[in-house]
Design a protein around this ligand. Structure first.
Ligand SMILES: [Zn+2]
Length: 379
């Protein structure tokens, strides 16, 4: 990580402020829940700057200028290196399978003059009400540690679906083909081109089966509806019934010999029942029904530990500087902050004799060590 912070891909010709200071300050500010450039400017002009390890103070204009000119590839490679290091240091050793989840979201709603990434938000009548910035996130899941890996924006004329394919190819190129064991995505990813892309990068895939595949969905109903469950598991407090068969016909465009489908019916202690179907190209010999169920469930991590945390705690929702490269760089630096924070808090710190600190406890602790009596309101 040190090498990255020394040379984070600065594209400025005559920088007055070292990129090291700016990038380190952005990453630390996210762990401290400081989510705007103006508040970061206040922070580096405060008495806390020295404790933060930032040599010189700077303004929000320097943050805008620098992030507009950084090369995103350098930060993407640093993220991949952090994940490699985590794997080498056995951060995932209790998990049999490491997953890569992908999902898209919108953030940074604005009513300002649109930038090239701005997607207009239209109501039913076609009237525009501001714009949104879309991106696909890819994250490590299924290991007890949700760690974001990379981000790919998509603007008007592009699609989540195309962005996800570019993102998956790049992430696997950066991480290497043997880093992960499977790819997981919701129903939007259960399309032939995406499934073929997962094969191209050498990873089995688990995707939600919904009504966008009507023939397969109907075949699954016709087979499973009248049958008793093939197996029943106790998973935590839940009783899970499963139906699992690997000989469904692929749809027209899918070049798989057959499709395996799992249906689960999850009974929660409060009486709630959740039923869903998922498809895969894992063989039954390689992946049992319970592991298949867990992989399907690991997709939720990108919602909870990815977008929800990213937006509510680390400011992924907020656009600091309305320029496409700056928006992308800030998203990538948020991902890096989340990886550093989680590895430090859940793996490194945990080696002591105290329990795991929550993200809020670590945040408060850092504010205290910077000499602030309590963490200022983070909105
Ligand atoms: Zn924009």
């Amino acid at each position: 990580m040190k090498a990255y912070f020394r040379q984070p891909g600065d594209g400025r010709i005559h920088p007055h402020i070292a990129a090291t200071d700016i990038v380190w300050a952005v990453v630390m500010s996210r762990i401290l829940r400081v989510t705007s450039f103006l508040r970061l400017e206040w922070l580096v002009h405060s008495a806390g700057r020295v404790g933060l390890g930032v040599k010189a103070a700077f303004g929000d204009d320097a943050l805008a200028y620098c992030t507009e000119r950084m090369d995103p590839e350098t930060t993407r490679l640093a993220l991949a290196e952090a994940l490699h290091q985590a794997k080498r240091n056995k951060a995932f050793e209790n998990s049999r399978f490491i997953g890569l989840a992908l999902d898209g979201t919108g953030a940074g709603r604005t009513y300002k003059e649109p930038c090239p990434l701005c997607d207009p938000i239209k109501d039913a009548k076609g009237e525009v009400h501001g714009s949104l910035h879309h991106f696909v996130l890819i994250s490590v899941v299924g290991t007890g540690l949700t760690l974001p890996i990379d981000v790919e924006p998509y603007g008007p004329g592009d699609s989540e679906y195309a962005a996800a394919q570019r993102l998956l190819r790049r992430a696997v190129a950066h991480l290497g083909p043997r880093f992960a064991d499977y790819v997981v995505g919701d129903g939007a990813y259960a399309t032939a081109p995406f499934l073929h892309t997962t094969e191209e990068v050498g990873l089995p895939v688990v995707a939600r089966l919904k009504e966008n595949l009507p023939l397969l969905a109907a075949a699954v109903r016709a087979r499973f509806d009248g049958q008793p469950p093939h197996a029943v598991f106790q998973e935590g407090d839940d009783r899970v019934e499963v139906w699992d068969a690997d000989d469904f016909d692929p749809w027209e465009t899918l070049q798989w010999p057959t499709v395996r489908v799992l249906r689960y019916r999850q009974h929660k202690p409060d009486g709630t029942v959740i039923q869903a179907e998922w498809l895969t190209n894992f063989s039954i010999a390689k992946l049992g029904s319970l592991s298949f169920y867990r992989m399907a469930k690991s997709r939720w991590e990108i919602e909870n530990g990815g977008f929800n945390d990213g937006k509510n705690r680390y400011g992924m929702e907020h656009i600091c500087h309305h320029e496409p490269n700056s928006i992308l760089i800030v998203w990538l630096l948020i991902a890096l902050a989340m990886v550093i924070e989680r590895l430090y808090r859940l793996r490194f710190l945990h080696r002591g004799d105290h329990g795991v600190r929550s993200a809020q406890q670590l945040c408060d602790y850092l504010w205290l060590t910077l000499g602030f009596r309590s963490s200022p309101d983070t909105g």
